[in-house]
Design a protein around this ligand. Sequence first.
Ligand code: ACO
Length: 311
Amino acid sequence: EDEAFLAAFQERIDAEMKIEPNDPMPEGYRKTLVRQISQHAHSEVIGMQPEGNWITRAPTLRRKAALLAKVQDEGGHGLYLYSAAETLGVSREEMTDQLLSGAAKYSSIFNYPTLTWGDIGAIGWLVDGAAIMNQIPLCRCSFGPYARAMIRVCKEESFHQRQGYEIMMTLARGSDEQKAMAQDALDRYWWPSLMMFGPSEGSSVHSSQSMAWKIKRFTNDELRDKFINATVPQAEYLGLTVPDPDLKWNEERQSYDHGEIDWDEFWRVVKGDGPCNRERLRNRTRVHEEGAWVREAALAHAEKRRERAEA
Ligand code: ACO
C-alpha cells in the first residue's frame, strides 16, 4: 500500500464519503472492521443467553411476550451484523470458529449472571442504554453496510431500553421487596455497564486509528460520560441510588465525575475469567453442534437445486 493510496483513501474519509465493500481500502481498515463488526455480532448472539434465562419465568404474559421478542431481535441484530462483516470477505464459518475457539471477543457485559427479574429491567435500561449510546455514532461510521445496519438496530435498541426502564419503574413503585430488587440489580449492573464502553484513553489501543478512519466518532471515555450524564437523572427519577460514592456533578466540565472503574475485573472478564464466560461459550458450542444437521440439510438442498437447474 503506497502512501498515495493511503492519502487518497484518507481524503475520501475526510470528505465524509461512505466506503462500500468493493471499494479499494487499506488492509488495516478492512481488518479493523472485521474485528469490530464480528465482535459486535458475537455480542448480540451471546447476549441472548442472560435474558433468555428469564423467558420461562417472566412474571406476566405481557412481559413474556416482550422479552421473547427482544431476545429474537438480538438474534436478528447478530445475523445482520454477520452479513455486514461478510461483505468484507470473511465467512460466517470463520467468524463462528473464532468465537467458539475464544480467538474473538464479545462484550464483557454478557458474562454476568441474571439472578432476579430485576436484572432483566436493569439490562434493558442500562445495557441497552449503553449500547445505544455507543451505536448511535456508528450510524455515521465510514463503512456503508455497518452504518446502515446500525440505523435499524438502534431503533430496536431504543424500544428495548424503554422496555427495561418500564420494568424498573414498576419495581421501583412496588412493594419494599420489589424496590430492593430494583436497587440490587442496579448495584450489580452499574459498574459492568460502564465497562461496556471499553478501556480508558491510554489502554484503548484502537481508538485513535479508528477515529481517524471515522469508524469511531467518540472515544470510549466520551461515550461513557455521555451515558452517565443521561442515566443518573433516570436513576434519581426511579428513587434508586447509583452505587458510586464518588459520583459528583462537575460544573466546569458540565459532566459527572465518577469513581475508579475496576479495570482488573474488566480485563479478567474480557480474558475469559468472568462469572459466566465458560457457561456462555459452552452453551453456544452445544447449540452450534446441535444445529449442524440444519446447515448440512440446507447445503444438500441447495446442491440438489443447482443440479436440477443444470440438468
Ligand atoms: N468487552 C470485551 N472486549 C472489549 C470491551 C468490552 N466491553 N471493550 C473493549 N474491548 C476489547 C477490544 O475489542 C480490544 O480487543 P481486540 O483488539 O482483541 O479486539 C481491546 O479491548 C482494546 O479496546 P479498544 O482499543 O478500545 O477497542 P475498540 O476500538 O474496538 O473499542 C468498542 C471497543 C467500543 C467496544 C468498539 O469495538 C465498538 O464500538 N464496538 C461495537 C459495539 C459493540 O460491540 N457492542 C457490543 C455490546 S452492545 C450489545 O450487543 C447489546
